[in-house]
Design a protein around this ligand. Structure first.
Ligand code: AHR
Length: 337
């Protein structure tokens, strides 16, 4: 009996000693909470379009291109079932900035911003970032620091200008004098196209004059009229580079009124709208550099990825081409915009 008690006592003591010597139960050191990707929503990773409110402060309704762009976002929202907060800034940056601020107040999931001009976005983009709202820059570019937005989706405007220059180089190997009807001053589209055009234009082709028509038919018409008062078509200039189809259509009106006939001048435009195709069919445009406005589906898909915490590319450029009169009549009925 005594022996049994002693043995039991010794076992208890030994196990206490062993327990004391054993390393302390390993407790995982406190880890800093993993930082969630910027823009990730609380529904991640299972967010669906029903969870999304997208702010789309459209820059205006200045052209057929713009109308098609707006329609692309509205129809995508309807198809996918997300809420679109739409506004029209009438080509005024201050209206766009107010619209972005209203969206920040509202606490939208994402802002898809088509900036009317490149500069002047830093403050409002910083406000969106501080509010935790991701911004996708759509269509035209901004000069703001890229850390202030998630991505840019749109056309390569410099390449569009280069493509237009290539048409003039092909047409006038011995040189020529030309005019330029440019887009909205300070806009990524006008700046990029002008830059690419000048980069690639042969040195024996001179840009005699360049004026803005603000991407609209109404403003391009008087600009073309003024050009025609100053310069004699065919003698003082042989061609025109026009930054979009709407301005081209305005310019055609002025040219017709001045007695210029289709084919008298070499005209290259940008966009590839139905109006541009019709101008090729009618013999006014000799080439139309594509700029695709149907950005809604791509932007919606990217916005959902951001909400779900997935990474996205910083710059997504649209794949585009150049259209010519030879098959314009055949393609015209197939154009979506
Ligand atoms: O930013 C795209 C440009 O803007 C298009 O070329 C033009 O038609 C529009 O107004």
């Amino acid at each position: 009996m005594f022996r049994f008690k002693t043995l039991a006592f010794l076992i208890v003591v030994a196990s206490m000693v062993l327990a004391a010597c054993a390393p302390a139960a390993t407790q995982a050191p406190a880890q800093p909470a993993a930082e969630k990707p910027f823009g990730q929503a609380s529904c991640a990773p299972n967010c669906g379009y029903k969870d999304m409110t997208m702010c789309f402060p459209q820059l205006g309704a200045e052209s057929d291109w713009r109308t098609a762009d707006t329609a692309s976002f509205k129809s995508e929202a309807e198809k996918d079932g997300f809420k679109l907060v739409f506004s029209d800034a009438q080509q005024k940056q201050e209206n766009q900035i107010s619209a972005v601020r209203a969206c920040i107040q509202q606490g939208v999931s994402v802002i898809a911003l088509p900036p009317v001009v490149e500069d002047g976005w830093d403050a409002v983009l910083t406000e969106a970032k501080n509010a935790g709202i991701p911004v996708i820059i759509v269509d035209r570019s901004v000069s703001a620091d890229p850390s202030l937005y998630m991505s840019h989706i749109g056309s390569d405007m410099v390449l569009e200008g280069q493509r237009a220059a290539a048409e003039f180089n092909k047409k006038f190997p011995s040189g020529a004098k030309i005019l330029e009807l440019s887009g909205t001053t300070g806009s990524g589209a006008a700046v990029g196209r002008a830059k690419g055009f000048r980069q690639d234009l042969n040195s024996n082709i001179t840009i005699v004059d360049s004026q803005t028509g603000n991407f609209t038919r109404a403003e391009a018409l008087p600009v073309m009229q003024a050009f025609l008062q100053k310069y004699k078509a065919g003698t003082d200039f042989q061609g025109i580079f026009i930054h979009n189809d709407d301005m081209g259509i305005g310019a055609i009106e002025a040219l017709k009124a001045a007695g210029v006939k289709p084919g008298d001048l070499f005209i290259v435009s940008v966009d590839g709208t139905r109006g541009g195709f019709q101008a090729m069919v009618d013999g006014w445009f000799q080439a139309d550099v594509e700029c695709n406005p149907l950005l809604g589906p791509q932007v919606a898909e990217m916005a959902l990825k951001i909400m779900n915490g997935q990474s996205v590319d910083k710059n997504v450029l649209t794949n585009e081409t150049v259209y010519y009169p030879d098959n314009a009549a055949e393609l015209l009925p197939t154009r979506q915009y």
